[in-house]
Structure formats: C-alpha cells, structure tokens
Write a protein that binds this ligand. Sequence first.
Ligand code: 5GP
Ligand code: ZN
Length: 139
Amino acid sequence: MNTDCIFCKIVAGQLPCCKVYEDTDTLAFMDIGPIVPGHTLVIPRMHVDPLMAAPPEVLQKLIVVVQKIARAQLKAFKADGINVIQSNGRAAGQLVPHLHFHVIPRFAADGHHWNWIPRPYAKSEEMGALAEKIRGALE
Ligand code: 5GP
Ligand code: ZN
C-alpha cells in the first residue's frame, strides 16, 4: 500500500467507496465524478502505476474485470456502447496515480463529446518514421 494514495486508502477501507465488484486482486467502484452516470473505476488492489510498470499477471486479471463490468453496464443500463479509458501521467490527464481503468456506459444521446481532433501528418513519411521509432523501442 502507498499511504499517500487515495485508491490504496479505498482498497484498505480507510476511505469509503460505492463498490460494485471485488475479488482477491481487483476492486470496481463508482467514480465520484462520472462523465456519464454509471461510470465505474476498475483498479488492482496492489499499488502500481503507471500501466507500463504493471506486471502482466496483474493486467491479465484487471482486463477480465473490465470486461465483466462493461458487460454488466450494457445489461443493467441497456447502454448503446461502452468506453474504456486508461490514462498515464499528468500530460495524459491522469489525476490519481494508481493504475485504473474507466468503464463508461454510453448512450446515443448522453451529451458527452470527446475533444478528439484528428490532425493528419503533414508529410507522408512522418508516420512511417514514427512507426520505425516505436518498432525500434519495442522490448
Ligand atoms: P484519472 O484522471 O486519474 O484517470 O481519473 C481519476 C478518477 O478518479 C476521476 O474520474 C475522479 O472522478 C475519480 N476519483 C477521484 N477521487 C475519487 C474518490 O475519492 N472516490 C472515487 N470513487 N472516485 C474518485
Ligand atoms: Zn495506490
């Protein structure tokens, strides 16, 4: 446990949460600031952050619970879709540094809009050059 971490405090029962699912490794609870009602967070009990530092066995268990919550939201709310969001670092909008997935039920008229602006590459070679950099950094 990280004593400065609010999600670790939730795991330890030192802070309250509205729980929807738990098992030995994972906890799912309602986000207090939902972007759409029903917005749920799925976290490992273990303190780990960011995604890139997480052991594969932690991620494997976590993603199965993400799927379980997404299926439950579809059924419970008759949702039209589901967003799964996971952020790493302040530049990416992460506020709580304990690995978590947002599972968000979406409805055709829920009023939420992403500020997602495609910016095509200025030169056709640029995409290939960036892909080459990623390939070269793969471990
Ligand atoms: P991030 O921006 O780090 O990906 O998202 C953190 C999320 O945690 C936010 O959506 C925020 O509303 C939620 N959150 C922050 N503090 C608490 C808390 O004490 N309890 C619950 N249930 N959610 C929290
Ligand atoms: Zn933590």
